[in-house]
Design a protein around this ligand. Sequence first.
Ligand code: SAM
Ligand code: GLN
Length: 289
Amino acid sequence: MSERWTVGTVLAAANEYLSGRDLPGARLEAELLLAHSLELSRFDLYTQFDRPLSEAERTVYRGLLKERSTGRPLQHLTGTQAFRRLDLRMADGVFIPRPETELLVEAVLDRLGSQGGSAEVLEIGTGSGAICVSLAVEAPGTVVWSADISKSALTLAALNARAHGVEDRLNLVHGDLFSAVPAGKVFDVIVSNPPYVPAGEIDALAREVRDHEPRAALDGGPAGLDFYLRIISESRQWLKAGGLVAFEVGVGQASEVAAELSRAGFESVDVTRDYARIERIVTAVYRSA
Ligand code: SAM
Ligand code: GLN
């Protein structure tokens, strides 16, 4: 009887179960959860299609599928998320990085590349460390600072920094925006993917986001723009002349953020689109008077 359940047949059943619960990526998610619960890679699943599953293994897998079907994010169940070159650890209560944020890292790397050498970068809003750990790994000359108001985010980011061997070049600090950055320090780059969802729209987000992402990682105030306005108005005192500001923005926010940067005296304001052709990244250069 139990020989019926192999990697292959269990995956087919799991796919059907998740598809019936409104999860568009059902097959992929079924595979990632099974690989996780059997401690195999996804590739191993395909080479071990006829491997039988014990009753205990099936019970664990069923539990994961059930949790996933209630809207708990896949990344909280597997505890990992891929981001650029990194495999990052995830944890409940800390924002899961999104693919489009990889482009924000790209924008900063483009800039650091032309500058070469040992730049200093400040990130506002660390989360899991996706941006700051990637920058420290991919731009080995840089020293990165990153601030978050959430202690659990900083704990997770510290773990990710150690796992990727960059803890010596990453200073994680706890506080509201710039408040924990040593007074008088100036940076070559300030980068942020701040909370940018308009407060009134949070309830309409996918349940994975609405019910499982920390509200403090999403809520950008009435129009979603509060953090941009605060960061732009304070950033000049933290930037070297010729320094770069780089933001990720929400849908429809790029032109307002760009306009605010121009009003604040920034130059070379530039907007780039993401994979879905949405204006997503806004950068600008600070030229001091
Ligand atoms: N940088 C990560 C990423 O891209 O995956 C996390 C981005 S998440 C959208 C925004 C982060 O900003 C959250 O980790 C949140 O805790 C943090 N945050 C919210 N309010 C803050 C504040 N006043 N000062 C510093 N960080 C804040
Ligand atoms: N990208 C998130 C979403 O799912 C919002 C992230 C943010 O506020 N920076 O809407």
